[in-house]
Each structure stands twice: as C-alpha cells, then as structure tokens.
Design a protein. Structure first.
Length: 446
C-alpha cells in the first residue's frame, strides 16, 4: 500500500505534464497553407523559386451600382454608377535572399475573426525579374469567399515561375456579401479589369511588377462563382433564362454577358489561354445551354466532386465539360467529394465552432465529409501545375501526368529492374504506389 501510494502522485504529475504539453502544442499550432502530406503527388511539391506576396488595392471607376438598384421596383430613369474597389493578393517569384514575415491575415467565413495563415511567401519581398517574363494566373473565389481561400494554390504556383493574382470580389467576400446580382454581373468584369491592370503595371516603371509579367500568356482559375465567371470568360454567354433569373441581376443587367451580345462576342480575351474551373456554378440553374457552351474556345480543366450539391455534378460541372465541344478539355473528379473538392484551404482551427448568426459550424465552409483538405489541395496543386505548365509554358513532358487511364482505382503498379515501369504499369504518373485512389481524369477532344 505504501509503495502504491507513493507512486500515484508521480503518475499524476506525469499525466498532467503530458496534458499541459499537449495543450501548449495545440495552442501554438499554426494554420498552415503550405503543408505537403507524405502521399502528396509529385508535382504538388514547391518549386525552385522563393515567393513574395503583396497586397494591392485598385479602383474600377464608373461601374453599375447594382446594390443601389431596387430589384423589384421600376426600371430607374438613370442607372447609378460608383467606383468599385477591388483588393488583390499577388504572389510572385522573389529574390533568394528575401526575408520577412510569412503571415497572411485573413478573415474567416464568419466575417468576424481575422486569423493568421502561415505559408512560405514573404511579405513584400523584392521580385525576381527574369529575362523571360512569367505567365499570369488569376484566381477568383466563390460566393462568399475571399482572396485567401485558395492561397495554398497561389503561393505554390508562384514558386514554379508564375505571377498569381487572387481577387477580393466586392459584394462577394465574407465581409461585403450583398445582392447576388452583383456577383453575377461583376465576376467577368472584375476578372477582365484585373487582367488589364496587371498588364498596365507590367509597363509601369514605378511598379514592382514592371517588366515581370507576360499578360499575353494568362490563365484564370475560378472556384464556384469564380468558375461561373471563368466559363463566361472562356466564351460561353449566359442564356435568356439566366438574364431573367429571379434572384439574379435586376432589369436585365446580366444581358451584357448573354449569348450573342456584343460584349460576349469579344470573348475569350486573346490574352487568356486556358481556364481551370473548380465546381463551376450555374449549369444546374440553366445559366448555359448546349448552344452557348459550344462557344467555349480555349482549353479547360474542370475539377469537381461527384456529389456536389451546390453546383451539381452530372447536371453541373460535368455537363459543362461534356458540352464544351469545340475545345480539348479534361475533367478531374474527386469521387464522393462535395462542393469544396480541391479548392478550399484547410480550415483554420478557429473555424471549429457553431455560429448562431449563420446557423452553421463555420468549418463546414471549408471541409469535406469524406476527403481531407490537405490531401485535396496537394492533388489540385499537382494537376494545376501539370495543366498550366503544358498550356502556358508548352512543357510536353507534362503530358505524362495528364494522359492517364480514366479511373485511378484501376491503375496497376508494375515495376521491373531498376524501378523501371513494365508494359503492364498503368498507375497514375506522379502518384506513389497505392495513393492514386478515388479519382478520375477524363478527356474529351474537340
């Protein structure tokens, strides 16, 4: 008994110390956007460039002020206009000796908390200006969202020799969410305006982007409503039913993006060479039809979850992919994933609570019920790298990562001497043995 009694306090102290240590490590845990899982596919790895990041505030003057228009009222005698603010986050290759903060200060879905995201990009690092200008990649978030929602992809691509610009779309961010009609009208307009502004900054000797970006060799990555805008930018004008959508833009204001309109006839912008569309919203609401989707005129990679209940799958992203019949296009499917497939960053620890005002657990905005966010992010980084390197940089060696058997589950791992694949080897290129699972990559040629 004496022996037992003397040992119990020691055991209790050890348990307490372990508990305190666990709580301390949990409290000091960082919200990282640069995590690479051990099973990450090959091209997800960060590239050779150090990465810088900076924030830029722009004003797009004289834009229609949709928020000020009464949706169910009479058509105003005079359409109101305003100067539309847009905030950008720009990732770019930086000098190797750059040092500084690696923190991004981002608001969460609750629009209340601002948290620190930790990555590899260095705040306001001096750009690495190369003799050959870097291709431009625009990133457009969902509704609501913000410019940090796909930050994991932004800095990852910048490390591989791209200038990446993520847009905060006014009226669509967590803190500015407003009438849905503003999002419908403004997405393609914002995307075009930012492309124009980056082109101007590239020519401006006072700009940190001077002579750094090849805007004639650009791509657009959109998620959900960002992908809605990207499909329009790729050439597909909206239908008459979309123009009349009850929750949409009032007084036919969406007709500027309608199939056959003068504005839509100018798309796709010749500077835009390709689009990656994550979970594109709209097809399941009749925004496009076969005729309008046939106007898509640049190669597209679609990324979707097979059980997407927001944008739809068979009647959503997959239907757009099937009907974009005049271009080569691919569809990457995360089997059993929902709307967040591949796009949203891993949920910050501060999101794990129920918000009474929104009526949801905030983490649900980011997570998937089946797939791990980091796993999906790594897969997206891998395929976005292969796709953009092929489309914007002409790297034919990327074909090996894109020309795959459609169903990853059916791939066979067969290696011979010196780890050289045998003729029977059909496992997805770049994925370690037993890691290419639950995925499909399908192609349709024009």
């Amino acid at each position: 008994m004496k022996s037992s009694n003397t040992k119990r306090p020691v055991f209790s102290i050890v348990v307490c110390l372990i508990a305190v240590g666990f709580l301390s490590s949990t409290a000091s845990a960082e919200n990282r956007i640069d995590t690479q899982r051990p099973d990450a596919p090959e091209l997800a790895a960060y590239g050779k460039f150090k990465v810088g990041v900076t924030t830029l505030n722009l004003i797009n003057p004289d834009q229609i002020d949709i928020i000020s228009i009464v949706a169910d009222g009479p058509t105003p005698d005079k359409i109101p206009y305003y100067d539309r603010p847009l905030t950008l986050e720009i990732w770019y290759p930086a000098l190797n000796d750059s040092k500084g903060s690696h923190v991004l200060n981002a608001y969460l879905r609750d629009a209340k908390q601002q948290v620190e995201l930790h990555g590899q990009a260095i705040r306001d690092a001096k750009p690495l200006v190369d003799e050959q200008q870097y291709p431009l990649v625009l990133i457009s978030h969902g509704y609501p969202g913000n410019r940090y929602l796909m930050a994991h992809l932004g800095e990852n691509l910048a490390s591989k020799g791209y200038v990446v610009v993520a847009i905060d779309h006014t009226d669509s961010t967590y803190r500015t969410q407003a009438a849905f009609g503003s999002t419908l009208v403004n997405r393609p307009l914002d995307q075009t305006f930012v492309l124009d502004q980056i082109q101007s900054l590239n020519k401006d000797k006072t700009s940190f982007l001077h002579n750094m970006v090849n805007t004639q060799n650009s791509a657009l990555i959109g998620y959900s409503m960002g992908a809605y805008g990207a499909v329009i930018m790729a050439g597909a004008g909206v239908t008459e039913s979309a123009v009349l959508f009850p929750r949409g833009a009032p007084h036919r204001l969406l007709s500027i993006h309608q199939h056959g309109s003068d504005t839509q006839k100018t798309r796709p912008d010749p500077r835009l060479k390709t689009v990656i569309a994550f979970a594109p919203w709209g097809m399941n609401y009749g925004v496009w039809d076969k005729q309008s989707l046939a106007d898509i005129a640049i190669p597209m990679l679609f990324i979707a979850g097979s059980v997407d209940d927001i944008s739809g799958y068979k009647n959503g992203g997959r239907a757009i992919w099937e009907n974009a019949k005049n271009v080569d296009r691919a569809l990457l499917t995360f089997d059993n994933a929902n709307h967040n497939a591949g796009a949203a960053m891993a949920p910050p620890k501060e999101t794990f609570y129920f918000d009474k005002d929104l009526g949801v657990n905030i983490s649900e905005h980011y997570i998937d019920a089946v797939w791990d966010n980091v796993r999906m992010n790594n897969i997206s980084q891998h395929f976005a790298t292969a796709w953009l390197d092929r489309q914007l940089k002409g790297k034919v060696e990327m074909d090996a990562y894109l020309d795959l058997i459609p169903n990853a589950n059916e791939g066979v791992w067969s290696m011979g001497a010196d780890n050289i694949p045998t003729p029977e080897h059909t496992h997805w290129q770049g994925f370690k043995n037993r890691t290419a699972k639950g995925l499909r990559l399908e192609w349709l040629k024009k």
